[in-house]
Ligand binder design. Structure first.
Ligand code: UD1
Ligand code: CA
Length: 451
């Protein structure tokens, strides 16, 4: 069965009270609409058609060729919205899945069940529509599913149009359907305007029944069908998605000490027996190895940490830590920082665009930028690379086993040879040969005292 999808996302999202289109609001690092697109992506034979309106430039720029786009110029209802996709999709598939761009909790597995149910029935009852339904005590705002005495669906009635009797119905319409494609395109033009001035997609159910075509249903977990209309809903959806992500990690062998204060985006991977302490944010393209200890209160973005690393009260962005490296408390790795195996970075250090080779120790209050630091170098407290002269970023190169005294300023470009040493408070403006001790301002080689 060839399947396509239409995702409705033309609404204003007025209740978000925002200058941004609703579906562009971020939810766990991805815009709302991205979740909707990803839910259907693996189920369709061509990129899903997104019905856009308000803020369409931003949505199109974000999703690019992951979707096809049709514009709904006037918001004339859900039926009218789907109709906009006819030109793009007529003849392209047997089944058309319809979902909403503001329903981020809906899982692929639930849609897959709906499609499978529809596909099976095609050879028997040949339904015009298969749709999800939910049963819940709080029906606020949802269309009601009206069934006849035999239990067959007769219609969907919008809450505003319900009789007092129908209002009591607890089987509800989440708004997710799989249509027989040819039937859909033939019948959308037959919808008539509702009292509200909209073409209701839900009226297709009554039309199918009147034509003697079957309408079948597939139950959905109620937790998946909540749409996002306000920022309160956005936070609630975030909590649900976050819980799913954290539980996946926990089931895969990651200890998360306090799920309530832990934020992990679904792009992040974490190795077994890693422990995430309270207050951490792990974001973007981040991969953590096994047996790491992260936190408390650590943010890691777009970074790779190998096995057995430790990061305490630190911020790590677009950086790398090799096995057994450690940072913090209060360290900052910026773009291009790379700590080699077993590097120790203690309190209040910052590293940017630099490689610290295995065994480097940088205990306290240092800034290292645009530098290459050799193996086992000791970086004394307060050491600073003066890498920026107001125009250019200049490079500092430090050989293996160098000992940099406390409060040394390395004025780049500058190179220190292997096993060189600097005295406390040195201002190093010129290259230092291997095995040489320099000190003072500007730093000069120590001259052996006269006997
Ligand atoms: C719709 C259903 C209702 C269901 C509910 C579930 C209809 C007539 N009613 O009601 O039975 O219980 O969803 O949430 O379908 N949209 C457009 N263009 C439009 C109108 C809507 O793209 O012209 C999009 C919106 O951006 C939104 C989605 O369609 O993502 C649903 O629209 P909304 O107005 O919220 O539908 P409801 O009135 O809630
Ligand atoms: Ca709605």
């Amino acid at each position: 069965m060839k399947t396509t999808a239409v995702i409705l996302a033309a609404g204003f999202g007025t209740r978000m009270k925002s200058a941004q289109p609703k579906v562009m609001h971020p939810l766990l690092g991805r815009p709302l609409v991205d979740w909707a697109v990803r839910a259907v992506q693996s189920l369709v034979d061509a990129p899903p058609v997104l019905v856009v309106g308000h803020g369409r430039e931003q949505v199109q720029q974000l999703l690019g060729d992951r979707c096809q786009y049709v514009v709904q110029e006037e918001l004339l209802g859900t039926g009218h919205a789907v109709w906009q996709a006819e030109q793009t999709l007529r003849g392209a598939a047997d089944a058309v899945l319809v979902t909403y761009g503001d329903m981020p909790l809906l899982r692929t597995a639930t849609l897959e069940q709906l499609l499978a149910h529809f596909a099976r029935a095609r050879t028997t009852t040949n339904p015009a529509i298969a749709m999800l339904t939910v049963t819940r005590d709080d029906p606020q705002g949802f269309g009601r599913i009206v069934r006849d005495d035999a239990g067959a669906i007769v219609a969907i009635v919008e809450e505003a149009d319900c009789t007092p009797q129908q209002k009591l119905i607890r089987e509800l319409n989440p708004g997710v359907y799989c249509f027989d494609a040819a039937w859909l395109w033939d019948n959308l033009p037959r919808l008539t305007l509702s009292a509200k001035g909209e073409y209701y997609l839900t009226d297709l159910v009554g039309m199918a029944v009147a034509q003697g075509r079957a309408v079948i249903t597939s139950p959905a977990p109620t937790a998946e069908v909540d749409g996002v209309n306000t920022r309160i809903h956005l936070a609630q959806a975030s909590a649900v998605l976050q819980r799913r992500i954290l539980e996946q990690h926990m089931l895969a062998g990651v200890t998360i000490v306090d799920p309530a204060t832990t934020y992990i985006e679904d792009t992040v991977t974490i190795g077994m027996d890693t422990v995430v302490l309270p207050g951490c944010m792990l974001q973007g393209d981040t991969a953590l190895g096994a047996r790491c200890q992260i936190g408390p209160y650590t943010q890691i973005v777009d970074s790779v940490l190998a096995d057995d690393c430790r990061a305490t009260y630190s911020v790590i962005e677009a950086a790398r830590m090799d096995a057994h490296a450690e940072i913090g408390p209060f360290g900052h790795l910026r773009k291009g920082a790379h700590l080699g195996e077993g590097v120790h970075m203690g309190n209040f250090g910052e590293v940017k665009d630099s490689y610290l080779a295995p065994g480097v120790k940088m205990g306290h209050f240092s800034y290292i930028g645009n530098a290459q630091i050799g193996a086992n170098v000791n970086i004394g407290a307060g050491t600073i690379t003066c890498n920026y002269d107001g125009k250019n970023k200049n490079k500092t190169v430090v050989g293996d086993d160098v000992f940099i005294g406390s409060d040394t300023l390395l004025v780049a470009p500058v190179t220190l040879g292997e096993r060189a040493r600097t005295g406390a408070g040195s201002v190093v403006t010129r290259d230092v040969p291997a095995e040489t001790l320099v000190y003072g301002t500007p730093a000069r080689p120590a001259v052996p005292r006269e006997q």
